[in-house]
Design a protein around this ligand. Structure first.
Ligand code: PLP
Length: 361
């Protein structure tokens, strides 16, 4: 049962609903309109294999590739149809009380509530700094995002580790971790783990019995429609998550995408994307701030959280100009004055700035 104050429709709201076809899309955080050509070719080359069931060899190869990418062992890798599938599996851990850190992506909370898991919200106030002491001791499952959608906050890895307690599992949604640039990475973390591959504050390389990291291929590789992700965690935890899962949970193309994007050349490409996003983000913050908008900083993700008086009106006026931005009042802890915009290149930002100018003045 959902609490009266919790509106499932608000929790299920995603940016794809804000962006109608034909609009300039600042609402969805996927990079680019389609996967890169080399990845499309890799996938296309597997179309002829679709007459057969997904092979155990592909499944092993995908787990081995992900394990090598993060410095883990293959039995610590669970392949998923997107991070969203990982959230839907969390109730199988049978938590007595789940704490969800907000403002943050709402799917984990919804998945837990729909399975009748008791949920408590830990709502961080601006500047959204994580204080582990705010999480009730009795919470045996804690879920947070890093970097966090929609605040673009990156919590220090050591603060997340401070959430660990006997009997508790800490779930870190790192769907955007590969979009965080390496510059500014804390020296403690730089090179700390062979699996860190320059992704600041990521816990993907940490082998621990009580830390579960969820990753996604959706954003960086523009693969929202294929549904690919994975979890990294202790084999015992992964076994509990998959209990009762149907056979052949991922198709051949999903497995191929996971293999391809875990290869060192793809990881290097993702680091270059992250650097480009960082440069675009800096330029975008400067330009939006110069217009008088309140942009939440420091920002580390491929999106920015804005606070503007009457955000709903601005969003409507931008929509009239053919520009979609994400409402952010569906994120617990935020209100109608909050909007989220994806980080985009200069040409798209030119159009956004022009439209904001026209809307505000
Ligand atoms: C923070 C966050 N985590 C996870 C997801 C879902 O990722 P996937 O497409 O891999 O299910 C999203 C999608 O919007 C997201 O914003």
């Amino acid at each position: 049962m959902l609490e009266d104050s919790v509106d499932p429709a608000m929790l299920r709201h995603h940016g794809d609903v804000d962006a109608r076809p034909g609009m300039l899309d600042f609402a969805v955080n996927v990079q680019g309109l389609a996967p890169p050509a080399w990845l499309r070719e890799r996938l296309a080359a597997r179309l002829t294999d679709l007459g057969r069931y997904p092979s155990a060899a592909d499944e092993h190869a995908a787990r081995a590739a992900v394990a090598a990418r993060h410095g883990r062992s293959p039995d610590e890798v669970l392949l998923l149809a997107g991070a969203a599938e990982g959230f839907a599996m969390l109730p199988r851990l049978a938590p007595r009380l789940a704490a969800v850190i907000h403002p943050s992506f709402t799917e984990p909370e919804l998945a837990l509530r729909e399975a009748a898991v008791p949920v408590t919200r830990v709502i961080l106030d601006r500047p959204y700094t994580l204080d582990p002491a705010l999480v009730p001791d009795e919470a045996d499952l804690v879920v947070l995002g890093n970097p966090t959608n929609p605040t673009s906050i990156l919590h220090p890895a050591e603060t997340i580790e401070a959430l660990r307690r006997p009997g508790r599992i800490v779930v870190v949604d790192e769907a955007f971790a590969d979009a965080v640039a390496s510059s500014g990475m804390s020296s403690a973390l730089r090179g700390a783990s062979p699996g860190a591959v320059g992704e600041p504050e990521s816990l993907a390389g940490l082998s621990a019995p009580d830390v579960l990291v969820l990753r996604s291929l959706t954003k960086t590789w523009a693969l929202a429609g294929l549904r690919c992700g994975y979890a990294l965690g202790a084999p015992e935890v992964l076994a509990r998550l998959t209990h009762g899962r149907p056979h052949w949970p991922l198709g051949t193309l999903q497995l191929e995408a996971i293999i391809a994007t875990a290869e060192p050349s793809a990881v290097a490409e993702s680091r270059r994307y992250a650097d480009r996003i960082a440069a675009d983000r800096t330029a975008m913050i400067d330009r939006l701030t110069a217009l008088g908008l309140d942009v939440h900083t420091p920002a580390t993700g491929p999106f920015l959280l804005l606070r503007v008086p009457d955000g709903a009106l601005l969003r409507k006026r931008l929509a009239d100009h053919g520009i979609a931005v994400r409402r952010a009042d569906t994120f617990p802890g935020l209100g109608p004055d909050h909007l989220r915009v994806a980080v985009r290149g200069v040409g798209e930002v030119d159009r956004l700035i022009e439209a904001v100018n026209a809307a505000l003045w």
